[in-house]
Ligand binder design. Structure first.
Ligand code: MEV
Length: 321
């Protein structure tokens, strides 16, 4: 059986969430899968397994491998205590671009956690996935792993219980990739340096972002898409003021505004990665997908499901939980 995990789009609150402010994020059905290779006993040569294969990225990596992937695999295995045969081979695949701000590594971590402990609840899965995430991101807030495990729309605050947000109206989003991948760790470090040198001003920006995020969560619950869109746009301007946007992301935002998106901003760590636009009708959605694509930014539209999480069988994808 394949396990599944969501990708994520942060609507508001990225970076501020690392400093204890809330983030509002949604799960998307593009995500990651993990499955054990049942016929893998040929690898049982005692040379450092169990093994992990990141489809499309790596050959089999042993848990003793000193690479980031090897260390992350070892870390999640140790925390899990799952008794794997040294010949076991775990495969993972993802439809998310690495460094795209869509929670690729967290989705992989959650899919792996579910494969290691099929009966684990979401809290345990998030805990395990964080062991994987920490190797790649150093000091993750946990929002990516939380959304990868839970899906739907959630308000996340570090160290607090996840708050699922009921959507009065389904959220339709257009997501476009600026074409440049960025390192979350690098961008979080960049913000930390800025915070160290200009604490008062950065805190002021984060406080405003926190207020916008709370207002946006209420707007989702009340179906007030215009308020949500306005909050997203202002939050994006705050992220730009911290130096997290790029010319390509600015171009995408300007274009989406012209085409009447309700709100648009960079999403995730910034410095590359993706922009997200909130739309309320199919014509605007199509126009933005078309325009971003013509400008060279790979784009897709998605509707946010209320769903908790997804499992995949060879025959079908079905929502569970
Ligand atoms: C990355 O998807 C979101 C950040 O806020 C980092 C984090 O929360 O760990 C930039």
């Amino acid at each position: 059986m394949k396990t599944r995990a969501n990708g994520k789009v942060i609507l508001l609150g990225e970076h501020a969430v690392v400093y204890g402010f809330p983030a509002l994020a949604v799960g998307i059905t593009r995500g990651a899968s993990a499955w054990f290779d049942e016929g893998a006993s040929a690898r049982n040569d005692g040379s450092g397994g169990p093994w992990l294969v990141l489809e499309g990225f790596t050959e089999a990596v042993a848990q003793t491998d000193p690479s980031e992937v090897g260390r992350a695999f070892s870390s999640i295995l140790c925390e899990s205590g799952a008794a794997l045969d040294p010949g076991a081979v775990l495969h993972v695949s993802t439809e998310l671009p690495p460094g795209g701000g869509l929670g690729c590594s967290a989705a992989l971590g959650v899919a792996i956690a579910r494969a290691l402990e099929p009966r684990a609840n979401d809290a345990r899965v998030m805990h395990l996935a964080m062991e994987w995430e920490k190797i790649f991101h150093g000091n993750p807030s946990g929002v990516d792993a939380a959304v990868a495990a839970h899906g739907g729309c959630v308000l996340f605050r570090k160290g607090q219980a996840l708050k699922p947000i009921h959507q009065a109206t389904p959220l339709r989003l257009v997501v476009g990739h600026s074409g440049v991948s960025s390192s979350t760790k690098h961008m979080v470090d960049k913000v930390a340096m800025r915070w160290e040198s200009d604490r008062a001003n950065v805190n002021k920006l984060f406080e405003r972002m926190g207020a916008l995020t709370e207002a946006a969560a209420s707007a989702v619950e009340r179906g007030e898409l215009k308020t949500l869109g306005d909050s997203m746009t202002e939050a994006g301007e705050l992220l730009s003021a911290i130096g997290l946007s790029t010319p390509a992301l600015d171009q995408m935002c300007n274009e989406a505004r012209k085409l009447r998106a309700l709100g648009v901003k960079l999403t995730g760590a910034g410095g590359g990665g993706c922009a997200v636009a909130l739309v309320d009708n199919i014509d605007v959605e199509n126009a933005i997908v078309q325009s971003w694509t013509q400008l060279g930014f790979a784009s897709f539209a998605t509707e946010v499901a209320q769903t908790k999480r997804w499992t995949e069988t060879p025959e079908s994808i079905r929502a569970v939980g």
